[in-house]
Write a protein that binds this ligand. Structure first.
Ligand code: SAM
Length: 307
């Protein structure tokens, strides 16, 4: 069967439709069938899996998913791509394209409607890089019943999702992702696998969602406020980061006491703490969270734009 994704087929399709790439939509189409195979293999697709795709483009990845999964529901924001997809994906009767911005979509209701008879639900996508974090964190935080997310992202972002404490890339995104899922970098992908070539390197990462969270916390949004405060001022100590946070508003002496109770010194930095230690800190500082004027800042990490 003819693949959409070869360089010559991609060029022929976009020229015939007079399609021009829109940078603001993060449009870099995959034109390497080896990489497409790696993505669908890493996603472990079978005819019992329902897949959500974000940004099908002209359908390069969609058809590889459709050949293996039970059903694909793909969200595409660009209206110019909808008639193209109707043509390129016509051979597949297990694909549904929804013309909508994924950040405004009611994914939970779609799942109830479209994936009644699947055993697993996976997200598989070559993501628009400008909204990688809000997409992934939005999916995790909304607690829609996903089993895994296998996506192409900017290489640097994949590294940040995967690393542990004490490394330069470790930060709020690493902790946010690792609270929900186990990350695994499947492959690094050079710019020449796309049309047009992106300015940055890319990587495929699989996030396997934990059935049970790796740490227990009473209030996850409070823990993420602490995490954000700890990484807000990278060069500052943990104590100052926590004390200066407008989101937390915990008196200095309480912050110092909580750190001491955990055996941390005032000079410790946020980047040395593992997820378990943030959970413990959130438990200890939780006693004081109602002692001060309530913050008016948003609860959700995706709204705060962890990057
Ligand atoms: N999946 C295709 C491929 O691999 O060749 C295209 C991937 S391209 C990197 C990203 C796609 O996401 C584009 O088709 C773009 O129009 C779409 N997109 C951008 N922002 C979006 C949004 N907010 N919601 C849904 N789709 C979006």
């Amino acid at each position: 069967m003819r693949d959409i994704a070869t360089k010559s087929n991609t060029k022929e399709i976009i020229e015939r439709h007079g399609f021009t790439f829109k940078k603001s939509f993060g449009q870099n189409f995959l034109t390497d069938t080896n990489i497409l195979n790696k993505i669908v293999n890493a996603a472990d697709l079978t005819d019992e899996v329902g897949v959500i795709e974000i940004g099908p483009g002209i359908g390069a990845l969609t058809e590889f998913i459709a050949r293996k999964a039970k059903k694909v529901v793909a969200y595409e924001i660009d209206p110019r791509l909808i008639p193209i997809l109707a043509e390129t994906l016509a051979p597949y009767d297990n694909v549904k394209v929804i013309h909508q911005d994924i950040l405004k979509a009611d994914v939970a209701s779609m799942i109830e409607e479209e994936f009644k008879d699947v055993k697993e639900i996976a997200v598989v996508a070559n993501l628009p890089y400008y909204i990688t974090t809000p997409i992934i964190m939005g999916l995790f935080e909304s607690e829609v019943p996903l089993d895994s997310i296998t996506v192409m992202v900017q290489k640097e972002v994949a590294d940040r999702m995967q690393v542990g404490p004490g490394t330069k890339d470790y930060g709020a995104l690493s902790l946010a992702v690792q609270y929900y899922a186990e990350p695994y970098i499947v492959a690094n992908v050079p710019p020449n696998c796309f049309i047009p070539r992106p300015a940055v390197g890319s990587a495929v990462i699989r996030l396997t969602r934990y059935q049970e969270k790796p740490v227990k916390v009473n209030d996850a949004s409070f823990m993420f406020k602490i995490i954000r405060a700890s990484f807000n001022q990278r060069r500052k100590t943990l104590q100052n980061g926590l004390y200066n946070s407008s989101e937390l508003r915990i008196p200095k002496e309480k912050t110092v006491a909580a750190l001491e109770e955990m055996g941390l010194t005032p000079t410790n930095r946020g980047e040395t703490l593992a997820l378990e230690e943030f959970a413990q800190l959130s438990h200890t500082l939780g006693r004081y969270k109602h002692c001060c004027p309530k913050s008016s800042l948003p609860e959700y990490i995706s709204e705060k734009g962890i990057s």
